[in-house]
Design a protein around this ligand. Structure first.
Ligand code: BGC
Length: 471
């Protein structure tokens, strides 16, 4: 109970619902790989229109991140999360009942808008709530939710595609299963709406809007130490009162420049190291090994579970290991695994046969472990926490827009590159990106672990002032 008689909201409740948008992100992007096979048949799609159905979410995500994310610097993080949950719901129902290609693509774009919005709101919201020494772990909950959403999508794809379902009160024809696969996302969307209704606004945003009293109350959910709370509050007030230009002018100012460069680089590298392509390709690596289609789908679920476990471990170590170290190790691990995958694939198409296939499968699993433990979560954690308060929503959105655009570009170029290079060599291209990423981490990123958001902001100002003085 708080001093004013209001009931205290538990931190687990806040973190869970604060991160839940990630689950919809993961589910809505993961579900289409299984659903599309049935949609193509029922809606008589050509390969062109089928590609549109798949890519619509990515396009919508670019829009959602660009439009909704920056609005959070004006209206607050919470209200826009609430809006996203409504958009998620409409998009899920719209996709499930779509009677033709155009309605389906339209609904998937709407869904994408919510996905993009969540990716530009959740990392900032979580970073602004968590105490500095727990911030990395708390923000990693976003990626944990993404991975859980992907896993749920794989499970629903598998269950709904193996046979007709008849539960007495509910009968689902196998060929209509895709409508359920897409429509089920409405449940977490409704849950998100109900949860966000009870969530507090971010204390940092409240201070920025001059509402220090309420901000203090929210900080009180995370600490019982009055002295600590007052200290944190006055630090936030100090940074909030510094003179600022706001908007894009501030985003491109010398103060924000280092984190802007960092966000752009991290967002691009996270995609060009091939994370989505490798995940997408995983089942065929298993079918090439002689597993049946069903076994390959089950292997996909296995990978999904593995992803969740590794991300959970990452969450536990996130505040103990420097972010830059995690990223460097991740790049190294992924780069080497990709080279091994490529060697395995070359061997399996030559005289190496089965052995090559097994090398590729093991390397694929190791690659996924490195991604889930490092680049997957760390990119979102860092773009959520690094920008100054005044433009934090805008900055996170900017990073998210770049990330979704890079994601779209990698998916567009995947098939042409596959044709030009062959799978084995294509993975070498992603390996090269992983290795180049190491140089970027060294020179283009700033360590953020352990510092409060205000200390980070103060160090950015200090750095910019110092540069001006030197000039
Ligand atoms: C990436 C997504 C990816 C997901 C699961 C996220 O961090 O941004 O592109 O689909 O992880 O691997």
């Amino acid at each position: 109970m708080l001093k004013n008689g209001k009931k205290k909201i538990s931190t687990s409740f806040i973190y869970f619902f604060g991160a839940l948008g990630g689950l919809l992100f993961g589910y809505d992007t993961g579900v289409i790989s299984g659903a599309i096979l049935f949609i193509e048949k029922q809606l008589h799609l050509t390969s062109w229109s089928s590609a549109w159905v798949v890519a619509a979410v990515l396009l919508g995500a670019v829009l959602g991140a660009a439009i909704i994310g920056p609005m959070s610097d004006t209206f607050g993080r919470r209200k826009l999360l609430l809006l996203s949950s409504i958009i998620f719901f409409i998009g899920a129902i719209g996709s499930a009942v779509a009677s033709n290609f155009l309605i389906l693509v339209g609904s998937r774009i709407v869904l994408g808008i919510a996905v993009g919005a969540a990716s530009s709101l959740v990392p900032t919201y979580l970073a602004e709530l968590a105490p500095a020494d727990k911030r990395g772990g708390v923000s990693t909950m976003f990626q944990l939710m993404i991975m859980t959403g992907i896993l749920l999508a794989y499970i629903s794809n598998w269950v709904l595609s193996i046979s007709d379902i008849n539960l007495g009160f509910l009968a689902i024809n196998k060929y209509d299963g895709w409508r359920w696969m897409l429509g089920l996302a409405a449940i977490p969307a409704a849950l998100l709406f109900l949860g966000v209704l009870r969530l507090p606004e971010s204390p940092r945003f409240l201070v920025r809007k001059g509402n220090s009293q309420e901000a203090k109350e929210v900080l009180g959910y995370f600490s019982d130490n009055e002295k600590e709370i007052n200290l944190e509050l006055s630090d936030i007030e100090l940074q909030a009162s510094a003179e600022k230009a706001g908007g894009f002018k501030e985003l491109f100012s010398p103060v924000a420049r280092p984190v802007l460069i960092m966000a752009i680089g991290l967002a691009i590298f996270q995609q060009i190291i091939g994370c989505n392509t490798v995940l997408y390709y995983a089942p065929s690596i298993f079918t090439d090994l002689g597993f049946g289609v069903n076994a390959a789908l089950i292997a996909h679920i296995g990978i999904g579970i593995f992803n969740v476990i590794v991300t959970y471990i990452a969450m536990k170590i996130m505040d103990k290991v420097n972010r830059k170290t995690m990223l460097t190790l991740g790049s190294l691990g992924m780069g080497i695994s990709l080279v091994l995958m490529s060697i395995g694939m070359h061997l399996s198409s030559g005289t190496g046969g089965k052995a090559g296939g097994y090398i590729a499968a093991v390397a694929l699993t190791v690659y996924i472990a490195f991604f889930s433990a490092t680049w997957g979560p760390v990119m979102w954690v860092m773009i959520g926490e690094s920008f100054p308060l005044n433009i934090r929503g805008l900055g996170n959105s900017f990073g998210a827009v770049i990330n979704w655009s890079a994601n779209y570009l990698v998916s567009l170029t995947f098939l042409p590159l596959l044709k030009a290079f062959g799978t084995g060599n294509l993975f070498l291209v992603y390996a090269l990106a992983s290795f180049v990423g190491i140089i970027f981490i060294k020179y283009g990123t700033i360590e953020t672990r352990g510092l409060t958001l205000e200390q980070l902001e103060a160090s950015l100002r200090h750095r910019a002032n110092h540069l001006t003085e030197v000039k």
